[in-house]
Design a protein around this ligand. Structure first.
Ligand code: FE2
Length: 317
């Protein structure tokens, strides 16, 4: 029987942001630097980020699921510093990552991130065996070749999907692409048949109307079709910096899509303070009981505390 505690966090946008080199200052990075200087540096604060790290390290977590946007403009200095942080924070078998649109700020940055962080975005041995059974071959092709990857924890399967590509200026869109969607369909159907509890992770909101079109997953309607047909039990995502749970039904039962706020942000007029979720997935003879514990940043204490316990439901299979 699997009892699994998964911590989900997102959108650290690691502060403070190191300066890019002059050569890296292309048009889109100038926009990103300006946005950081005007507003974002007052939202993604180092003390919040440190409080998050301290708090999550004190919890008993089986695995960390980080749904992207560790960096801001994907400069070489940022990627170098973020890589060092990642390796110090958790070994690759303790944390799974999927990239976000800021990780894919330019084609160079997503290529570099897929290279340097590849061990956080790769199948475990059992996941690789499953792909072999399904005749699915992942590649190093940027940006979607290495996805979806599968990691297995007892009877729980974590499926890492990438939505990160270098979107045009003033856009924060994502995409999965037809080939990745086709691989995902096959994987989800197989994992269902084998009785795994399926948790899919993606940076962008997986359904239409969860975010404006300039920030949306371009193929979210197609992903919704996959989720309503074959399903996953949970889909965890970031990007919006907001906490939200949306329930859609697939033909086997519910699919809960769970968005989490940024792990480094102070509260603003339209977005909540930093938080992260602990998802408790407990198997019994009758099925799967799943609960969500939210730990949230309290500015007055410069600390994270448990603010919510939400029963997510019971899955019979
Ligand atoms: Fe994002």
């Amino acid at each position: 029987m699997t009892n699994f505690r998964l911590a989900h966090f997102s959108d650290i946008h690691m502060p403070p942001m190191p300066k890019p080199t002059l050569l890296e200052l292309t048009g889109i990075r100038i926009l990103g630097l300006t946005s950081w200087a005007i507003s974002r540096k007052k939202i993604h604060m180092q003390n919040v980020f440190r409080a998050f790290e301290k708090d999550i390290k004190q919890q008993e977590i089986d695995h960390y699921a980080f749904s992207g946007d560790l960096v801001n403009i994907g400069s070489r200095a940022e990627i170098k510093r973020s890589t060092a942080w990642m390796r110090g924070f958790a070994p690759a078998d303790k944390m799974s990552y999927v990239p976000g649109n800021h990780d894919a700020y330019t084609e160079d940055s997503i290529a570099s991130i897929l290279h340097h962080w590849s061990d956080y975005m790769t199948c475990c041995d059992q996941g690789a065996e499953i792909l072999k059974t399904l005749n699915i071959e992942l590649t190093n092709a940027v940006p979607f070749g290495p996805f979806p990857y599968i990691r297995i924890f007892g009877r729980v399967a974590l499926i890492g999907i990438s939505s990160a590509y270098a979107s045009p200026p003033f856009m924060a869109t994502g995409e999965m692409g037809e080939a990745q969607r086709s691989r995902l369909k096959t994987i989800l159907a197989y994992l269902k048949k084998e009785g795994f509890f399926r948790v899919a992770m993606i940076h962008h909101p997986p359904l239409p109307r969860l975010t404006p079109s300039v920030r949306a997953l371009k193929d979210c309607a197609e992903l919704k079709d996959i989720l309503t047909d074959i399903g996953a039990e949970l889909v965890i995502y970031g990007h919006n910096h907001k906490n939200k749970i949306t329930n859609i039904d697939n033909k086997f039962g519910p699919t809960l899509c769970i968005g989490v706020s940024s792990a480094s942000a102070v509260a603003t007029s339209h977005k909540p303070a930093a938080s992260y979720n602990q998802i408790l997935i407990d198997e019994s003879k009758k099925g799967w009981q799943v609960n969500l514990l939210k730990r949230e940043y309290i500015a007055e204490q410069n600390n994270f505390v448990e603010t919510e316990v939400t029963p997510l439901g019971f899955w019979h299979f």
